[in-house]
Write a protein that binds this ligand. Structure first.
Ligand SMILES: Nc1ncnc2c1ncn2[C@@H]1O[C@H](COP(=O)(O)OP(=O)(O)OP(=O)(O)O)[C@@H](O)[C@H]1O
Ligand SMILES: [Mg+2]
Length: 529
């Protein structure tokens, strides 16, 4: 046997191919370690340890009468390494020649890993290569223009990681528009107080964030301003988009009739005028339509001054549309209309370029067969065409299998955190080139705060320990089982206000007569009086 070179961690044994080799290790080497061995000439083969195996033939022999002291001597530790490529002048070329058995293997140096994987070409610092002190940096332009997805099971750190990327984008003066169903992003205003800032070399900082509510400020006191659409002279086509699409054609007909009657009478009408006009109709099905229109009026989204689109996209600033208190169906209609307006305005270069962030994307762009949402079509359009007009997209979801595949497949940067659901894993593998069963195993085992990054800019998927946020994390999970004495059954005690997530999608009604159908009753009462 050749003498060991300094720093050697093992020797290549057995059969090798251009794509993989095994080496007998002489010290502890973990899965995922990047290693190198000499290629022909002066270049290095860069590889990653995929598995480590321990074997001892004597152990089985011992069962046949061998001596115990023999086994220690013949125990073998073998690492299996997958070749990434050959580092040549700071670039990576495809491996063509198998590694030579007998060559010694070393831990790869950071310079080789960095240059070969293309980790530090970008300007968005998202964290450190897991197990190394190597910064992982994405390219801001490419991330925004070619879209990004963050997919993982609930509680695995999606929103946290998304916010890390958003902070970096804000630092690069990108304009952000965030669709925030749970009111988690307002906290970006405040600096973070917890995290290993020195290890990751980041400084806490707050950001310029304006939180809008499509409801009223009482429903959502966290908001800075109401968010409003232009409510004057709504046309039927626009308004039809804001009422549930399963509304009958008879109802839509009524809406068209009412609006054209108003138009012949006046040049300025409001949503309230439209409702009055519909109420005057003799049709028996009018009340359902009145009910929908009344919900819109009650929401207030068409009253007051319309929010200028140019306010929503401002370089280096984030606008958050906080959906707290809005019914899910209305949320997707608001998103549909808002994003259509933004897309059109961007096409005409009337507003800044920027990135649209869709949290809990399965609600706004459900995969066919898992739901319907008014917003699907415009989000697909942005995914397909946004790049031409300087409008990027980030989608975040805990159910990869339930998000529109058309949109996911347009995302060039994919951040995957822990996923265990088999359907979701299957959906991920379908969407990713070069997804192997080993990668799937790795995704199932990712610890919190660690993400797998798949991107065209990076040679192969890498695992990244996400850096601490600079701004405060707003994601909350509330203990459902109280630590104190639980209320006795039948004591009538209600769960504490604000527990669990359901809160944000539960509508808060101002009229709250508790009987349901309150809006309709009130309209009937008011109009018959
Ligand atoms: N990189 C990280 N560093 C430190 N803490 C983290 C990191 N990532 C996640 N966490 C913590 O893990 C918890 C869950 O994270 P987060 O709210 O981002 O999960 P999520 O995947 O968005 O969950 P949900 O599906 O409920 O929206 C948070 O309390 C956060 O503090
Ligand atoms: Mg989240």
């Amino acid at each position: 046997m050749r003498s060991m070179l300094k720093g050697s961690i093992g020797t290549i044994v057995g059969e090798t191919t251009p794509l993989d080799f095994k080496f007998q290790i002489n010290r502890q080497v973990g899965r995922g370690t990047y290693v190198k061995a000499r290629a022909d000439g002066r270049d290095w083969i860069l590889a990653q340890v995929e598995d480590v195996k321990r074997s001892n033939a004597a152990y089985s022999m011992s069962q046949l009468g061998g001596h115990q002291k023999d086994y220690v001597a013949v125990e073998l530790m073998i690492a299996e390494a997958r070749v990434i490529g050959i580092g040549e002048n700071g670039r990576l070329r495809a491996p063509t020649c198998p590694a030579r058995p007998g060559e010694q293997v070393f831990v790869a140096d950071e310079k080789l890993i960095k240059s070969a994987l293309g980790l530090s070409k970008g300007d968005l610092y998202i964290g450190l290569l897991k197990g190394y002190d190597i910064r992982v940096e994405l390219d801001a332009n490419s991330l925004v223009q070619k879209h990004c997805s963050v997919l993982a099971k609930t509680g695995s750190g999606k929103s946290y990681t998304a916010a890390v990327i958003l902070e970096e984008l804000l630092d690069k003066k990108v304009a952000l528009l965030i669709i925030d169903p749970h009111g988690e992003y307002a906290s970006m205003k405040d600096p973070n107080r917890e995290g290993d800032f020195s290890k990751f070399k980041v400084k806490p900082s707050g950001y310029d964030v304006v939180v809008y509510t499509p409801a009223d400020m009482l429903t959502n006191p966290r908001a800075d301003r109401p968010f409003r659409f232009e409510g004057l002279n709504l046309n039927a086509r626009e308004l039809a988009k804001m009422i549930p699409h399963e509304s009958s054609s008879g109802q839509l007909g009524l809406l068209y009739e009412a609006i054209s009657a108003l138009r012949s009478e006046t040049d300025a009408y409001t949503l309230e005028d439209i409702i009055d006009q519909v109420v005057r109709s003799n049709s028996k099905i009018k009340w359902n339509l009145v009910n929908h229109l009344e919900s819109l009026m009650e929401l207030g989204i068409f009253s007051g001054t319309a929010t200028p689109l140019s306010d929503l996209l401002r370089p280096g600033k984030a606008s958050v549309i906080d959906m707290t208190g809005i019914l899910p169906e209305l949320q997707s209609m608001i998103v549909a209309r808002l994003l259509s307006e933004v897309f059109e305005a961007r096409k005409r270069r009337q507003i800044s370029p920027g990135m649209v962030v869709v949290e809990e994307a399965h609600n706004y762009i459900p995969e066919r067969g898992t739901g319907n949402a008014a917003s699907t079509s415009i989000v697909r359009t942005i995914a397909a065409e946004g790049r031409k007009f300087g409008l990027g997209l980030m989608v975040i979801s805990q159910r990869p299998a339930r998000v529109d595949k058309n949109v996911i497949s347009q995302c060039n940067t994919q951040i995957i955190m822990r996923v265990t659901n088999p359907n979701d894993l299957k959906a991920l593998s379908k969407g990713l080139e070069g997804m192997t069963s080993d990668l799937e195993e790795e995704i199932k085992r990712l610890p919190p705060g660690v993400a797998m990054l798949v991107s065209n800019e990076i040679e192969r998927p890498v695992t990244v320990a996400i850096r601490p946020r600079k701004s405060r994390h707003g994601g909350v999970s509330t203990n459902i089982v109280a630590r104190e004495k639980a209320p006795k059954p039948g004591s009538g005690e209600r769960p504490a206000k604000g527990t669990a997530r359901g809160r944000s999608s539960a509508p808060k009604r101002k009229d709250g007569d508790g009987k349901g159908g309150g809006i309709l009753n009130r309209v009937l009462g008011a109009r018959q009086a």
